[in-house]
Write a protein of this length. Structure first.
Length: 289
């Protein structure tokens, strides 16, 4: 049985700036989609393609804390560098993914990679926030840096396209990302006039972002930059590209726990939020210049 579509949401009318380096459309939460409705996905920010132009000033987001969840950054165009208070650093280039588990608390900053910043050019990214269950919110911070070459890859028949499996399983191919709860995350590239079919558990909360192009999703038209929210009824999804398309599919087993969030902290109770602030102010997340 095909998954029913609850609603297809257009891109918000105006983007917002995160720091001075990320010009994003906030898809979740928003449009009437709550954090709980898309659990375990708490946030979806989409930096649709934008040319920032060359700059001697490196644009980005300065030092900020995270606690209680994971951030997943997917690079389509442009390059992003990062540093954190645990001494980790790195660069993600087009096709790469940075999966950061903030867990018990970390300081972090992310910015346009220096060479990309000086040259300028098209910049296109997605960032997801993925919740952690209560039992894992105090896990030690760590990273999974996943390069384009490390993705699970499914070449679709008849030259239909390619699916990069970041997490979960697509047609028996497993993605490299290790997750705390059941999550599927697929980077789908479809050629014009071609289609693909796959199955996900019907109880998963599921959505699809049309990064580029236009597609029919279970028979309904999804325009460029729209977000498709699925019902929790069927398990089959059929995507047909009306023009060459890039799509990001996500599904996950809901975490049936209270969500209490404030800015960069996501916990289960208000008391835990107060404690997160106290820990941050006491320097327990480390230091970062």
């Amino acid at each position: 049985m095909k998954k029913s579509i609850e609603k297809i949401f257009p891109r918000p009318a105006q983007p917002g700036m995160v720091g001075d380096g990320f010009r994003v459309y906030n898809m979740v939460p928003g449009n009437g989609i709550s954090k709980r409705r898309m659990s375990p996905f708490l946030l979806l920010d989409f930096n649709a393609e934008f040319d920032f132009g060359p700059s001697d000033h490196i644009r980005g987001v300065d030092v900020h804390p995270h606690k209680g969840f994971e951030t997943v950054t997917i690079a389509y165009k442009g390059s992003v560098a990062h540093h954190d208070s645990s001494g980790n650093s790195g660069v993600i280039n087009p096709g790469d993914v940075q999966w950061m588990t903030a867990g018990s608390g970390i300081l972090h900053k992310e910015y346009h990679e220096e060479n990309f910043s000086r040259a300028g050019g098209p910049f296109e990214m997605v960032q997801l926030w993925v919740n952690l269950p209560a039992k894992d919110k105090s896990t030690a911070p760590h990273y999974q840096g996943i390069t384009a070459e490390q993705m699970g890859k499914v070449q679709l028949p008849d030259g239909a396209g390619l699916v990069n499996v970041i997490a979960g399983v697509f047609q028996d191919t497993k993605g490299p990302a290790e997750t705390y709860t059941a999550v599927n995350l697929f980077d789908i590239k479809l050629e014009k006039g071609h289609q693909t079919t796959f199955h996900v558990p019907q109880h998963h909360n599921a959505g699809l972002l049309v990064v580029n192009g236009e597609a029919e999703v279970n028979g309904q038209l999804a325009n460029e930059h729209s977000f498709v929210l699925f019902e929790n009824d069927g398990d089959e999804i059929v995507i047909k590209a009306n023009e060459q398309a890039v799509l990001l599919f996500m599904s996950g087993e809901p975490i049936d726990e209270p969500i209490v969030s404030y800015g960069p902290f996501v916990m289960n109770t208000q008391e835990e939020i107060y404690q997160a602030f106290e820990d941050f102010q006491a320097g327990k997340f480390g230091t970062l210049d």
